[in-house]
Design a protein around this ligand. Structure first.
Ligand code: IMP
Ligand code: MG
Length: 175
């Protein structure tokens, strides 16, 4: 594979060190309460597994997958589930875990859906919060990295046409 079009943004070491801190924040925040972490497939899979491994507490996991339709402007996009979770969330403290919050439309949709599910609490974790195209005021409770530059990011689960997901670091890609 050709990597000439990639520029390193966060190294594997930087990511892993940041996750140590983020996981400690989460464990400290919930202080032994029963947690459910929900991975938004596919992009978050690597972040999710590295994060979950570090949570030394009562934690269950589940997975959702969403699709978004509609070309044109971001705000005309329609988001729906293609796979929903399978475990009960009643009385549980839930964290939705995504790779990137960009426009925020995906996370707004998920928050709206999960708000109706009788959770004890609902929070959002994202590896990267991008601000360039943000359209909603969605609050990200646990952020890996604030990305204020412009550009498309790949690696560490993030893809461009299914390429680059397996890379252990994060890069910007020249189209
Ligand atoms: P949002 O709905 O615009 O907040 O973003 C939804 C999804 O778009 C994210 O969960 C990512 O899967 C994807 N995405 C947004 N920006 C990037 C990027 O720079 N690289 C790879 N995927 C991205
Ligand atoms: Mg995604």
């Amino acid at each position: 594979m050709n990597y000439d079009n990639l520029t390193l943004v966060y190294s594997e070491k930087q990511i892993q060190e940041r996750l140590d801190i983020l996981a400690a924040e989460i464990v400290g925040h919930y202080a032994g309460k029963p947690l459910v972490l929900i991975c938004v497939l596919k992009g978050a899979f690597m972040f999710f597994s590295d994060l979950v491994k570090r949570l030394d507490c009562d934690v269950a996991v589940d997975f959702v997958r969403v699709a978004s339709y509609g070309a044109g402007t971001e705000s005309s996009r329609h988001v729906s589930f293609t796979k929903d979770i399978e475990i009960s969330l009643e009385g549980k403290h839930v964290i939705l875990v995504d790779d990137i919050v960009d426009s925020g439309l995906t996370m707004s949709f998920l928050l709206q859906q999960f708000a109706a599910r009788k959770t004890a609490s609902l929070a959002v974790a994202a590896l990267i919060s991008k601000h360039e195209r943000r359209e909603t005021d969605v609050h990200v409770d646990f952020v890996g990295f604030e990305f204020s530059e412009k550009g498309y990011i790949v690696g560490y689960g993030l893809d461009y046409a299914e390429q680059y997901r397996a890379l252990p670091a994060i890069y910007t890609m020249r189209m």
